[in-house]
Design a protein around this ligand. Sequence first.
Ligand code: CA
Ligand code: CA
Length: 207
Amino acid sequence: MRKYSAFYFLIIFIVGTACIGITAPQITQPVFTDTPISTPTTISDPSLYGSIKIKGNSEFITQTRAALTLLEQKDPDAFKKIQTYVGIIEQGEHSGMWAWEIPPRYEVGDVTAFYSVSWYASTIAHDATHSELYAQYQLAHPGEPVPEDAYGGVEIERFCIGYQVEVAKRIGAPQSEIDYLSTLDGTHCDVDDDGDCDWDDYQNRDW
Ligand SMILES: [Ca+2]
Ligand SMILES: [Ca+2]
């Protein structure tokens, strides 16, 4: 008889424990059921980072996500500007900001994207500034065409490089990248050295 008593005690103990085990998750069930529905949909599409659409091969998407993560973590203000003024980041032959497109698109060549994560990140901030200037002019002059010198040209390049240096420092870019940026005088966009920054220059970009 003593053996049976011990047996029943054991059964009750197990059932009792099991009941607690079942009851506890039921209380928090709404949390557990809500989370798996919303989270995987955002994680499962690596080509979306916040509101930014990334277009390119898988290496490009991985590199772009790394650059955006660095900006988001180390320079939230720059990341906020990028989210506002860049809708698409697309792998391309050259690097340049298509500010007049809807949404604005930053086209990036592999030379720029794969030089380093910090370099790539700082160029995204640089080109978001071109797009920001375009959008600001448009907002201030509704219905008017946006002149090129409102968002491009040597003076604007200097302004964007200045901002890029600040971002590079905040995201912990190596000194070599900061030193290189400080050598740029804004004329890097004039690739064929004829005094302007036009379509010919864009086509001749090796970055
Ligand atoms: Ca030129
Ligand atoms: Ca020209």
